[in-house]
Design a protein around this ligand. Structure first.
Ligand SMILES: Cc1ncc(COP(=O)(O)O)c(C=O)c1O
Length: 342
């Protein structure tokens, strides 16, 4: 059998042309780093998706793909999930943003209060970094201390991004207030703590399971030293289990931050936490925003939470992931057995 190279593969002509237009006007051609060409192979990967259904997406040249990235996290039920889309359409008939509080703000808060372990009090916003930054400000106000220890990615705001090498424009004084520590390395946490530490914020799990009671040890350290423990649950929330990492690992944070999976693609972020800490939001700590109560996203969240709960989606995803890994292991085993060196 003869093989021929197809020089025109993949067929992404339209993508390439639109990318040129995008890069002329939009810095890096994207609003989201993870979607841009710095993350993909230029000239090989498509740049623009225009349609999705379930786990499949279509690029502007008509190619179909399985989207394992799922919108960089938010698509927890699949593109165009009927119950969520119906909730958005129904709300659209009545309006999007109002001049007073919308009942959905209360209904979604009550649903979250039932499923998230530390959700004694709840505030909505739009982006992940809105709520991580609000949590950091709250921790400083509550403890009267200033330094922050962090581990993981927490958004574009000064307090966090100043720890990275993309820190131009951030005052040195701000950069000096945030330190990083190594995941699962308690001694790196203890080394970084000082008398002025207000909070430890981390993604409770990224790729590795926290062994040796790492999260429980962090909890104890924070309680002993008057430091607030903040979980950044953008990825673990509504996924690891319905109540996120706090429920899955049986550890309560003082504050927890959510976004991504809660509204199947609509923009919503959530800050939950201890009532005595969150009470500061009533006056001393300012965290209000015009679109915090935007009703389409809240309608989508209520519908998404309902489906996640009724169909026990986190457990379903675990089973699928385990089967997938077993499949890969079987494949690797067979490949090794069949390889000439074996
Ligand atoms: C763990 C984590 N925290 C915070 C953020 C910031 O969220 P956003 O991009 O919505 O501001 C992200 C974004 O990917 C994230 O992965």
């Amino acid at each position: 059998m003869s093989k021929q190279k197809d020089n025109d593969y993949p067929k992404i002509k339209k993508s390439k042309r639109l990318l040129e237009r995008a890069e002329f006007l939009i810095p890096s051609g994207t609003q989201t780093l993870a979607k841009g060409m710095s993350q993909y192979s230029r000239g090989v990967a498509p740049s623009f998706l225009e349609r999705g259904k379930g786990s499949h997406v279509w690029d502007i040249d008509g190619n179909e793909y399985i989207d394992y990235t799922m919108g960089v996290g938010p698509i927890s039920l699949g593109y165009c999930y009927p119950a969520v889309d119906a909730a958005i359409k129904a709300q659209l008939q009545d309006g999007i943003t109002f001049s007073l509080v919308h009942p959905l703000e209360v209904e979604v808060a009550e649903a979250l209060h039932q499923i998230i372990p530390n959700a004694e009090s709840i505030r909505f916003s739009k982006t992940g970094c809105d709520v991580t930054s609000a949590a950091v400000r709250l921790a400083r106000a509550f403890t009267g201390k200033n330094t922050i220890l962090c581990c993981g990615y927490h958004g574009w705001h000064d307090w966090y991004i100043g720890t990275t090498d993309r820190n131009r424009g951030i005052p040195a004084e701000t950069q000096a207030l945030t330190y990083t520590f190594q995941y699962k390395d308690i001694s790196s946490v203890l080394d970084a703590i000082d008398n002025d530490t207000a909070a430890i914020i981390l993604e409770p799990m990224v790729f590795e399971i926290p062994r040796d009671n790492f999260l429980h040890k962090l909890r104890d350290i924070c309680t002993e030293r008057g430091i607030l423990l903040i979980f950044d649950e953008m990825w673990t929330g509504f996924r690891l289990s319905l109540g996120g990492a706090q429920e899955y690992f049986g550890v309560k944070a003082d504050l927890a931050c959510f976004s991504k999976a809660v509204a199947n693609g609509m923009p919503l972020s959530i800050l939950t936490g201890r009532k005595d800490v969150m009470k500061l939001l009533e006056h001393d700590v300012f965290f209000y925003t015009t679109f915090g109560g935007e009703a389409l996203s809240l309608a989508a969240a209520l519908a998404t939470i309902h489906v996640l709960r009724e169909k026990n989606v986190p457990a379903f995803s675990h089973r699928r992931a385990i089967n997938y890994c077993m499949g890969i292991m079987k494949f690797v085993k067979i490949s090794v057995l069949l390889s000439p060196a074996a």
